[in-house]
Design a protein. Structure first.
Length: 545
C-alpha cells in the first residue's frame, strides 16, 4: 500500500457568509461583453504595443476574451454601493468587496451571470507557488450560487445533487407523483412555501371513500415529500426542489389490506393521465391484517402481485417508478416487498452517512434472481421535514427512495429527449457498485455527474476501479497535517465542504506526494468528497482545537 500525501495548502478559512456581516471578497461574472467601447480591430486602445508585438511574433490573434470588461456593467455594480477591487477580462468578471446580504441584489442584475466561485474568496489563503483548480462548471444560476444545505448536506453529497443544483438543474419541468398515505399539513408547512407560492402542486387524489383531502391525514407522505421538495437554506434542501408534484393518497393508515394495492394501481393510472415523469412510492406490501392475504417470497417474481404489475405497466408507459425496497432487513422476512420487485423500475435500499448499508434495509434478490435493490441512498438519519414545520431526521427506505426520485428528475431535466430506460441505465451504471452489483445495495449509490457521462454518449467513460481511500487522523486538530492514502493511481477530484455544504477547496489528486494542513479555521464538521470516473466517496472529518 503506497502512501500519498496531498497538495501543500495552508488553509486559513474565515467564516463564509452564514450570519456574518463581512465584508468579504467575491468574484462576480458577467454574461457578455456587448456594446463594448473597445474593438479587437484596435487593440492598441486596451493593450501596450509590446503586447501587440508579442502576439504577432507568436501568430496569436486578438479575440473577444481580450476585450476589457464592459465599463457600464462595472458602473451598475458600483452604483449599488459595492466596492470594486478590479475587473478580470479573461473571465469577464469583477472582484468586489461587500457584505453577504448584498449578494442577492448583485446577482439580480440583468447583466450578471453569477458567482464564478460559490463562496467568499477571503475564506481561502493559498501558499505561494500552489495552484487551485478552477471549477470545470462555474456557477451560472444566480439563485443557486450560494445554497447552504445545513445538515442535509450529506444526503445531497452522496448523490452529487449539490453539483446538480450548482449547475442549475433542480427538477424544473418534471412531474413527480407521490403515492402515499396522505400529506398532512403539506399545504401549510414552511419548508414547502416556495412550492406552494409557485403553484407547483399540479393535482391531488384521494382513493379512499372516506377521504376528500390529502392534507388532513398521513404524516408519512409529508416527510417523504420534504426530502425532494423542501427548500430551506441552512436547514433542508430537497434533491429536486423545483419539480412539479402530484399527490395521491393510496395508503390507508389504520389498516393493511390488499385494497391498498388496488389504490396503488389507481394512483399509477392517474399519474399516467397527468403526464407524470416519475412515480415515487415509499410503500411496500408483504403482510396484511388478515394473514390469508400475505405474499410469499415466491410471489416476488416481478409478474404476480398487483402493485408490482401496476408498476410494470407504469414503466411500460414511460414512467420511471422509484420504489422503496423495504425495511425488513433485520426481520425474519428480510427480503424486499412489492412493488419493489417490478421488472424495470428503480427499487431503492438505504445507507447511512458513511455509505454503509443500514441494517433495516431489505435484501434481494427477487424470487426470479434479479438484482434487488437496484440502487441505494441515505435512509438512516435522513434529514427531513415534520408536519409541524421543524426539521428533523428519520430512518427508512421511505426516505432513500425520494432522494433518488429527485436525482432522476434532475437527469430528466438535463436530458429531456432521453428515454426512461436510458435515464435508469445511467442511474444504475453510475452506482458505486456498478462493476459488481449485489443484493445488499444493488448497483450502489448513484451519482449525478457520473450518470451524465453514461447517458450522453459524447461524455461516456471507460469503467475504472476503486480500492479505497483512507483519511487520517480523524478528528484532526488545527495546525495538524492531514494524510490521505489510496490503493490506485487513477484521476480523483477532491473537494472540501464546510458543514453548511459550501465548497471551500477543490483540487485534482494525482500520484504526486502532497500535503495538506488545516490552518486557522472554525472547528466543527467538514466533508471531503472524492470523485473518479466511476466512484464517489464522502468522508466527514472533524476539526477540533
Amino acid at each position: 500500500m503506497k502512501k500519498l500525501v496531498l497538495f501543500c495548502f495552508l488553509i486559513g478559512i474565515s467564516p463564509l457568509t452564514n450570519g456574518q456581516i463581512g465584508p468579504y471578497r467575491y468574484l462576480i461574472q458577467f454574461k457578455d461583453k456587448s456594446n463594448s467601447s473597445f474593438s479587437i480591430q484596435n487593440p492598441s486602445s486596451f493593450v501596450s504595443q509590446k503586447s501587440i508585438d508579442r502576439r504577432k511574433k507568436n501568430n496569436i490573434v486578438f479575440t473577444e476574451q481580450d476585450l476589457p470588461v464592459n465599463n457600464s456593467y462595472l458602473k451598475e455594480i458600483s452604483a449599488l454601493g459595492i466596492k470594486i477591487i478590479y475587473p478580470l477580462k479573461w473571465i469577464n468578471s469583477v472582484l468586489i468587496q461587500t457584505s453577504p446580504d448584498k449578494i442577492k441584489t448583485i446577482l439580480a442584475n440583468k447583466n450578471v451571470k453569477g458567482m464564478y466561485f460559490p463562496f467568499a474568496l477571503d475564506s481561502l489563503t493559498v501558499k505561494s507557488g500552489n495552484k487551485i483548480t478552477i471549477p470545470k462548471n462555474p456557477v451560472s444560476n444566480s439563485t443557486l450560487a450560494d445554497i447552504s444545505y445545513g445538515n442535509s448536506i450529506t444526503q445531497n453529497l452522496q448523490l452529487g445533487t449539490d453539483k446538480m443544483h450548482s449547475n442549475g438543474i433542480t427538477g424544473k419541468n418534471t412531474i413527480i407523483t407521490l403515492l402515499d398515505e396522505g400529506f398532512l399539513n403539506a399545504n401549510v408547512v414552511n419548508y414547502l412555501q416556495s412550492l406552494r407560492d409557485q403553484k407547483r402542486i399540479l393535482a391531488t387524489l384521494c382513493t379512499s371513500p372516506n377521504r376528500n383531502n390529502v392534507y388532513n391525514e398521513g404524516s408519512h407522505g409529508t416527510n417523504v415529500m420534504s426530502t425532494i421538495a423542501a427548500y430551506v437554506p441552512d436547514k433542508l434542501i430537497g434533491t429536486a426542489f423545483n419539480a412539479t408534484f402530484a399527490l395521491a393518497q393510496t395508503e390507508e393508515g389504520l389498516t393493511e389490506f390488499p385494497v391498498e394495492e388496488v389504490n396503488w394501481l389507481r394512483g399509477a393510472e392517474w399519474a399516467d393521465s397527468l403526464g407524470t415523469d416519475i412515480i415515487s412510492s415509499s410503500l411496500g406490501y408483504s403482510t396484511f391484517d388478515n394473514s390469508y392475504y400475505n405474499h410469499s417470497y415466491n410471489n416476488l417474481d416481478g409478474k404476480t402481485v398487483l402493485s408490482t404489475l401496476a408498476a410494470n405497466w407504469a414503466s411500460e408507459k414511460g414512467i420511471i417508478c422509484v420504489i422503496s425496497a423495504g425495511n425488513e432487513g433485520a426481520k425474519v422476512w428480510k427480503y424486499i416487498s412489492s412493488p419493489a420487485d417490478a421488472l424495470d423500475i428503480l427499487s431503492v435500499g438505504a445507507v447511512d452517512s458513511k455509505a454503509i448499508k443500514a441494517s433495516f434495509s431489505s435484501f434481494g434478490p427477487s424470487f426470479d434472481q434479479r438484482i434487488k435493490p437496484d440502487v441505494a441512498a441515505m435512509g438512516q438519519s435522513t434529514v427531513l421535514g415534520s408536519i409541524s414545520s421543524t426539521i428533523t431526521t428519520g430512518n427508512g427506505t421511505s426516505f432513500s427512495a425520494p432522494l433518488i426520485a429527485g436525482l432522476t428528475a434532475g437527469l430528466i431535466e438535463k436530458f429531456p429527449n432521453k428515454t426512461a430506460k436510458q435515464i435508469m441505465n445511467g442511474i444504475r451504471k453510475s452506482g458505486t457498485l456498478s462493476l459488481s452489483p449485489d443484493n445488499n445495495l444493488g448497483y450502489g449509490i448513484p451519482n449525478y455527474e457520473r450518470a451524465l457521462a453514461i447517458i450522453d454518449p459524447i461524455m461516456s467513460v471507460e469503467p475504472s476501479s476503486f480500492e479505497g481511500i483512507n483519511v487520517f487522523p480523524n478528528p484532526i486538530s488545527v495546525g495538524q497535517k492531514l494524510s490521505m492514502q489510496r490503493n490506485n493511481k487513477e484521476f480523483i477530484q477532491v473537494q472540501l465542504f464546510n458543514g453548511q455544504g459550501q465548497e471551500i477547496l477543490q483540487f485534482d489528486w494525482s500520484s504526486d506526494v502532497k500535503e495538506i494542513y488545516f490552518g486557522p479555521m472554525q472547528t466543527g464538521k467538514y466533508y471531503f468528497r472524492f470523485t473518479s470516473q466511476l466512484f464517489q466517496k464522502v468522508t466527514p472529518i472533524y476539526l477540533s482545537n
